[in-house]
Write a protein that binds this ligand. Structure first.
Ligand SMILES: NC(=O)c1ccc[n+]([C@@H]2O[C@H](COP(=O)([O-])OP(=O)(O)OC[C@H]3O[C@@H](n4cnc5c(N)ncnc54)[C@H](OP(=O)(O)O)[C@@H]3O)[C@@H](O)[C@H]2O)c1
Length: 249
């Protein structure tokens, strides 16, 4: 498939690497321009382009930018044909994104994103930490392959989203509609806890809408304390998964 990936940070760079390695024609963009995209992002054949080029003439757009930057990319997405599959990896972290009243009031994050972009989206790869995503992919059928939940309202979107998740080395789990996707948001049992397909249904069912934002904020506080002075913003999988399992499950 022809895939455009605006956002080549912690998650986007691994998306470009894995989807290129899987044989897709991938275009990678950031906010500063193609010259600033690092060579390792393109190691398996991805091409560096502008954000406008990344969303033009593609079958799939995967947005991997901070949630609070999505409104700024909405004018570009307005030109994307309705049938193109638009996948979003974002999560709401008020510490990073600033306070967004609708989300604080409980609006489902993916529905807020769909509203900003004025189109249907797929929610995928939001519930895997960047280090697990880069290092823990396995071939289909491998024991203990980690599952990633995928939510969408259109069946074609869901099918494409799930197939691409599989191409990145993880079991795609059908997590239902966007309205249901609060169950895969930060602070829930299936969020960045590296569980399998067999464990995912119970994890999604056990999600608690009222408690997950509190648990998200506890995790962020612990990560920020741990990282202080390290120059890093994302924990490694060993610490991040251990912490999330203790707090979210
Ligand atoms: N980090 C994780 O473990 C993780 C896991 C799952 C999901 N997520 C979610 O995925 C999203 C991306 O997270 P991340 O950690 O990968 O972020 P990140 O490391 O901060 O990278 C963000 C990327 O978005 C680009 N960007 C920002 N605004 C843009 C725009 N208007 N047009 C094109 N590119 C733009 C940035 O480009 P510049 O560098 O040029 O500014 C950068 O490449 C977030 O919503 C996050 O919550 C993160």
């Amino acid at each position: 498939m022809r895939i455009g990936v605006p956002g080549t940070g912690h998650i986007g760079k691994t998306l470009v690497r894995k989807l290129s390695a899987a044989g897709h024609d991938v275009r990678a963009a950031n906010s500063r321009g193609p010259d600033t995209i690092e060579a390792d992002v393109l190691a398996f054949g991805g091409r560096a382009v502008t954000a406008a080029e990344a969303v033009a003439d593609v079958d799939v757009v995967i947005l991997s930018i901070p949630l609070n930057r999505l409104p700024e990319i909405a004018p570009l997405i307005a030109g994307v044909p309705a049938e193109t599959v638009v996948i979003d990896t974002s999560n709401y972290y008020p510490q990073r994104d600033g306070r967004i009243d609708a989300l604080e009031a409980g609006q489902v994050e993916s529905l807020w994103v769909a509203e900003q972009l004025r189109r249907p989206i797929v929610k995928a790869w939001n519930a895997i930490g960047s280090d697990s995503f880069a290092r823990k992919g396995k071939l289909a059928g491998s024991p203990d392959r980690i599952a990633i939940p995928v939510a969408a309202d259109r069946e074609t979107d869901r099918g494409v989203g799930m197939a691409l998740v599989e191409d990145t080395g993880f079991d795609a789990f059908d997590a239902g509609t966007l309205a249901d996707s609060w169950r895969q948001q930060p602070g829930t049992p299936g969020y960045c806890t590296d569980i399998t397909r067999e464990e995912m249904a119970a994890a999604l069912a056990a999600a608690d809408a009222a408690r997950s934002p509190k648990r998200r904020d506890l995790a962020i506080a612990a990560v920020m304390e741990r990282m202080s002075g390290s120059g890093k913003t994302n924990p490694d999988a060993e610490y991040g998964v251990r912490l999330n399992r203790a707090l979210f499950m």
